[in-house]
Write a new protein. Structure first.
Length: 89
């Protein structure tokens, strides 16, 4: 885990009486507040978060493998799309 990072707290979402934890800006609803199942899910999520050293989970490729487009290429692709999509009936 990164130095200085706090472990996200188990919290109570009162409107629906659910346990909730915010990890990397995402709310994870854990089930009925203070139930054994919700605490189990909380500990599992925290263990996964710690195993990643408290870093966000990424499913994308690294930036060096991504195809780099210039602004003019993006604009050209959009104009081509717009001409075909926004046609008069």
């Amino acid at each position: 885990m990164t130095v200085g990072r706090r472990i996200p707290k188990y919290r109570h979402y009162k409107p629906k009486n659910l346990g909730v934890v915010r990890i990397e800006g995402n709310e994870h609803y854990l089930g009925k507040y203070d139930s054994a199942a919700s605490w189990e899910k909380y500990h599992r999520l925290i263990a996964e978060w710690i195993s990643r050293d408290g870093t966000p989970e990424t499913n994308s490729r690294p930036t060096d493998e991504r195809r780099q487009l210039s602004i003019s290429q993006v604009m050209l692709k959009y104009l081509t799309f717009a001409r075909n999509y926004y046609v008069r009936d």
